[in-house]
Design a protein around this ligand. Structure first.
Ligand SMILES: NC(=O)C1=CN([C@@H]2O[C@H](COP(=O)(O)OP(=O)(O)OC[C@H]3O[C@@H](n4cnc5c(N)ncnc54)[C@H](O)[C@@H]3O)[C@@H](O)[C@H]2O)C=CC1
Ligand SMILES: Nc1nc(=O)c2c([nH]1)NC[C@@H]1CN(c3ccc(C(=O)N[C@@H](CCC(=O)O)C(=O)O)cc3)CN21
Length: 289
């Protein structure tokens, strides 16, 4: 099923993100986590592609399992930063073979020490989107950055490139995580003003671990409100308490988004079924009521 059809259908839709195993010995444990997440019947599950520049060989396998064995729509991330154009084409062929219809087209994070751009690689997500349009009939998503992308000199320029990227044929956008909804509302106003009309799925990350938040912030420069920092300061060294507080904070953000008319929300719960379950339990009457 094409995800864009879901996005325009009635009701509130919650999706989750998972990352594939880095090594084959972890395949079964990731599969088990994914099976559990599928049980809460999210509108779709997205599968990252070497987040932070890691490996990507299991993305197609996990995305295919979700869609073809579990009956939940899936979307495979595809980045072009670490692969040559012909390697990217090879992955596209595998995705087609597995019947994957949804792709999140990304440039991806530049790994430490990598020389970029390179002659035989796409420089931006744009090139990848053009290739996907030529190669098949995919539903294509892209990433956007409510606080601006770390490599962008300013938000105006970032939004100008975003408009060009969407015009290459994107069906929807997912946002980088944010911890203050006002940032999202301001961003939405600006991109609509700039003529970007595709659905935008806010990305919410339930933070459950102090080190994870440090890594994320150094990668993407995310603003952390005082209210959020107080939670990490108070509960950061107590994993169970941090998890409970992180889920409550994320739930609060999600309810505010829904109350303000946003019906599609993407949750960066990664490979943690207990987080997916807790979020869905907190929203049971809101999503299904
Ligand atoms: N939000 C998400 O779901 C995910 C995001 N990522 C990320 O992928 C990143 C980059 O991927 P994308 O957003 O797909 O990259 P992109 O190619 O759309 O944008 C990357 C940067 O290049 C600029 N840019 C874009 N098109 C340009 C053009 N034609 N000329 C000049 N500059 C241009 C953008 O303003 C931005 O600063 C990472 O930094 C990371 O945050 C990775 C996985 C998931
Ligand atoms: N800069 C950037 N790169 C990304 O890959 C990315 C974003 N931003 N923002 C949106 C999502 C969120 N992503 C995430 C978020 C958390 C983990 C995570 O929890 N990773 C584990 C280790 C993963 C592993 O073992 O491979 C961790 O403990 O950090 C991974 C990807 C991927 N996406």
């Amino acid at each position: 099923m094409k995800i864009k059809e879901k996005l325009y259908s009635d009701g509130v839709h919650i999706s989750f993100e998972v990352f594939p195993p880095k090594t084959d010995d972890k395949y079964e444990s990731v599969k088990k986590a994914v099976d559990e997440i599928a049980k809460v019947r999210p509108s779709f599950i997205s599968v990252t592609y070497g987040a932070g520049g890691g490996t990507s060989k299991n993305t197609v396998g996990i995305a295919s399992h979700i869609q073809n064995d579990l009956g939940v729509p899936s979307i495979a991330h595809l980045t072009c930063v670490s692969s040559t154009k012909s390697e990217v084409k090879e992955v596209v062929r595998k995705l087609k073979d597995e019947g994957i219809q949804n792709i999140l087209a990304l440039r991806g994070d530049i790994p430490d020490g990598m020389e970029y751009p390179a002659e035989d690689k796409f420089r931006h997500a744009e090139g990848l989107i053009r290739l996907l349009k030529e190669e098949g009939d995919f539903c294509i998503g892209g990433a956007c950055y409510p606080e601006g992308h770390v490599e962008s000199p300013n938000q105006k320029e970032d939004i100008r490139y975003l408009k060009e990227k969407v015009d290459c044929g994107l069906d929807f956008l997912t946002t980088q995580m944010f911890f203050d909804n006002h940032i999202l509302y301001n961003f939405l106003y600006k991109i609509r003003e700039a003529g970007i009309t595709v659905p935008v799925l806010p990305g919410i990350m339930p933070v459950t671990n102090k080190n994870q938040i440090k890594r994320i912030c150094s990668l993407s420069g995310t603003y952390l409100p005082e209210r959020f920092k107080a939670i990490v300061d108070r509960f950061g060294d107590h994993p169970a308490a941090m998890q409970q507080a992180g889920v409550a904070y994320a739930t609060d953000q999600i309810i505010d988004l829904i109350a303000n008319g946003i019906d599609n929300i993407h949750v960066y719960s990664m490979n943690k079924p207990e987080i997916a379950r807790a979020i869905m339990a907190n929203l049971s009457e809101i999503v299904n009521g």
